[in-house]
Design a protein around this ligand. Structure first.
Ligand code: GLC
Length: 536
């Protein structure tokens, strides 16, 4: 049964962090040949698509989100021919392929920035970025008081005295989207990869391209920086709402013009999609990005941060669903990604993580899974000296950054480096990672992996799941979340520390996140921190 008219509307999309997925050439770093080797595993999960974090030429100061040539593959990952082969083989295995695109900034190694550094102030080469004279008597002060999201000022000065803007690392100069040359270059990049056969793009910092009032100071840049950390506890909800609803460098209305242009390009191709990364406030503004003539999907950050709390989950889910319904866009759900702590570590419990995953998989729309999530993998830990994230480096370890969720995957409990590579991996794996090895989990019926597989298998075939059909929340006692999807599914999650009973009309248990669920004579008995799917 076709539940939708476009594959992406309820697709299950698996995020690959290529550097940490699988290393085929034995240099301690994952590569495209490793992804190709992993295709049978990926296909066995029951997913629809893979999204690869960036693999373009880069000096790698920010996990390849600092792109020096967006139309070539970094030698660390392989060659353009490897990328073509991956696309072909993934398609043959029934998987769509999504690449990342990074339009907010280039690497300072990009030829444009190299030209800009050699060119004079006021030149066409500098007009592709945001170059300004400084303030103060001899221009020694930054043009404004904005901070980099990676700590420190958002400006770096060249020897000739001019400053350039970088919202992230100093090696990631922001592009000037008022310049038509920037538009033309990105059109070229989009078409380059679309012509090569990819099925879509994840758009990095999609809310960041347009800047306003560059020469005006922000009223409280330090507090704004804190508010922008997604896992922050340094600001109150009111402060955050106030600061994030008006940011001179994020979520300006002009950004939508760019996506209208891009959508026209996408519409020339068949069945392609885009998903934007946008951290905006209020979340109702996310809907602006997925109007029918803009992007196809947008991430919401709510579920990356959500607590294991029935009321909070219900509030976030119903808000996201209804906000996106205003423009007819499908919601997306992600519990992990390469920028956030892994769910198991964040919630501190595998039972809670599984229960939240099962609940989330029953929501309408599209589901994102981050590599290792299906194994129940916890975050890695390592000394500051072993960390590679510019956040850890720029803050000198005051902020440990995002390496914990980027540690290479364990494939086998018995091989060196857990079968990820024959060489020491670029980030150290935890000794406990053997317990989560793919090889072991495949053969353990109780493993997270087999739990995820069964979840996706049911989701694919059940007429109420995936799709964008109606969801109705049921009244339930505090700490319990219950909803129905039509036709024929009831979902109940118990977020409390004790078991609960609930009177409910259904036929039988379809799937559960743990053990010990009972359903007899209309009475559901649900253990603590467990979710159940019931057939109605
Ligand atoms: C996005 C990426 C993150 C990167 C940043 C700058 O938020 O997900 O990994 O550091 O953009 O490109």
């Amino acid at each position: 049964m076709m539940k939708h008219d476009s594959w992406w509307r309820d697709a299950v999309i698996y995020q690959i962090y290529p550097r940490s997925f699988r290393d085929a050439n034995g240099d301690g770093e994952g590569d495209l040949a490793g992804v190709i080797e992993g295709l049978p595993y990926l296909a066995s999960l029951g997913i629809d698509a893979i999204w690869l974090s960036p693999i373009y030429r880069s000096p790698n100061n920010d996990g390849f989100y600092d792109v020096a040539d967006p139309r070539d593959i970094d030698p660390l990952f392989g060659t353009l021919a490897d990328a073509e082969l991956l696309i072909k083989e993934a398609h043959a295995a029934g998987l769509k392929v999504i690449f990342d695109i990074i339009p907010n900034h280039f690497s300072s190694d990009h030829i444009w920035f190299q030209e800009a550094m050699r060119a004079a102030p006021g030149s066409a080469a500098r007009a592709r970025f945001h170059f300004y004279d400084g303030r103060g008597e001899s221009g020694e002060l930054t043009p404004n008081n904005w901070n980099s999201l990676f700590t420190g000022p958002a400006w770096t000065r060249l020897p000739d005295g001019q400053w350039y803007l970088h919202l992230f690392d100093s090696s990631q100069p922001d592009l000037n989207w008022d310049n038509p040359e920037v538009h033309a270059d990105f059109e070229k990049t989009l078409r380059f990869w679309l012509d090569l056969g990819i099925d879509g793009f994840r758009i990095d910092v999609s809310h960041g391209l347009v800047k306003e009032d560059i020469l005006v100071d922000h009223r409280d840049p330090d507090l704004l920086t804190k508010a922008l950390r997604i896992d922050t506890t340094d600001v109150t909800a009111e402060q955050r709402a106030d600061l994030l609803s008006d940011m001179p460098f994020f979520d300006r209305d002009g950004v939508h013009e760019i996506y209208r242009e891009w959508r026209k390009i996408f519409n020339e191709y068949k069945d392609r999609m885009t998903v934007g990364e946008a951290f905006v406030y209020p979340t109702s503004r996310l809907a602006n990005y997925v109007r029918p003539d803009e992007l196809h999907q947008i991430f919401n950050f709510d579920f990356l941060l959500i607590e294991w709390d029935a009321a909070k989950i219900r509030e976030a889910a119903s808000r996201v669903i209804s906000e996106l319904a205003t423009v007819g866009a499908p919601p997306t759900w992600a519990l992990n990604n390469h920028d956030s702590p892994r769910l198991v570590s964040r919630l501190g419990s595998l039972a809670k993580a599984r229960a939240l995953a099962l609940l989330t998989a029953a929501l309408p729309g599209s589901l994102y899974i981050y590599q290792g999530e299906e194994l129940g993998l916890p975050d890695g830990d390592m000394p500051v000296s072993a960390r590679k994230d510019p956040i850890a480096i720029r803050s000198k370890g005051a902020d440990l950054g995002r390496d914990g969720c980027r540690v290479p995957l364990p494939w086998s409990a018995h091989q060196p480096h857990f079968g990820f590579s024959s060489h020491t991996p670029w980030l150290p794996q935890m000794s406990s990672y053997g317990d989560y090895a793919i090889e072991s989990e495949v053969s353990d019926p109780e493993s997270s992996l087999n739990f995820y597989k069964k979840t996706l298998e049911i989701r694919k075939h059940h007429p109420a799941l995936g799709g964008e059909g109606q969801i109705t929340f049921l009244e339930s006692e505090p700490g319990v979340l219950a909803f129905t999807r039509v036709p024929g599914l009831v979902v109940v999650a118990n977020t409390t520390d004790g078991s609960i009973q609930m009177k409910l009309e259904a036929q039988s248990i379809l799937h559960q996140s743990g053990h010990g669920v009972n359903y007899v004579a209309d009475l559901l008995d649900l253990p603590a921190h467990t979710t159940v799917w019931l057939q109605r």
